[in-house]
Ligand binder design. Sequence first.
Ligand code: FE2
Ligand code: FE2
Length: 367
Amino acid sequence: MGLIAEERAERLMKKLSAIDFRVSIEEFSVGVLNALTDFIPEFNKGRVMMKDEDGIYKCIAWKGFSDDIKYFQINKDEDPIDISENPKIYRNIYNIYRKSLSKNLQEVMIKSGLSEVKISVVVGIFFEGKIVGKSFLESTMDIDVSKRELYVLRFVSKIFSLFIGMKFFQERERKYQRDIIMAMVKALEARDTYTVGHSERVALYSVNIAKELGLDMGDIDRIYWGSIVHDIGKLSIPEYVLMKPSKLSSVEYELVKNHPVAGENMIKDFPWLERIRPIVRNHHERWDGKGYPDGLKGEQIPLEVRIVTIADAFDAMTSDRVYRKAYSLEHALSEIIRLSGKQFDPEITKVAVDVLNRVFPIVKERT
Ligand SMILES: [Fe+2]
Ligand SMILES: [Fe+2]
């Protein structure tokens, strides 16, 4: 097996820990597969099959097979491969499959290279106690697996499933969070017809500016969600104030001005929204310190907030408001430039103007 076990184990751990948890489950699975086949080079193939809502197992990631493997889809009731939390070893899996699968699937197995597999280590992927998928580490070599190697293989397969299971859990959790946030934003937009699509457009503008500035994926994700939620505090403003076409009284204006703080109060009990709190609270701060609620100045305002501020103002300018019509793109951009160094960070403004000019038509079309 070449390198000594400890060295290889260390290399494996390094590779696994380098896999980015924020990528899709498909990309993530490929990363895990690569790390593991590198750990045990004799196992030159692998695949992850996840069960969909209809109980069909589909390959979502593979290594060493042709792309035909994606047509290898098996109904859970027809699948002859028995799985548990402990890895099982199958020899000549093609012969086992062949007995219970259709001619069509047998052809897919030949085309994809699955028919050449001599040995498979299979382990179930579990989520909340239920089987959600299977991971396979496979080889076309007729390896005589020693007891010690078997032990290593079992251990490795277990890591495989745990990692995929963890990722699955994370995606599920994210979906719930997304649904909750979206429900809140929809509730907001239902009251204030003038802001329909505002949050989403601000998110798209902000993300594009952030990318141009070279921010990393974690920051971009935070900016996206912060933009989606930034005006959530407007739920606390009475509808008649939101929709009032004429000048607001000072009391009404105070109610409007309070929406960033109200928004922060609304999300403060959700620990997973902690990271976007500054965007919600401070998106009406100004570079010259004349904004609200904290009167932060210059770089006291977090970078991601300074980005969202420009995107927010730009979308407000280019949308119809209850009290005025939308500005043209040129007019809005000249306003943004005029307010550079006053309302907005001058450095970000330079980048943002180019980005907004480029993405405005695309974003308007999409939302
Ligand atoms: Fe706002
Ligand atoms: Fe806004």
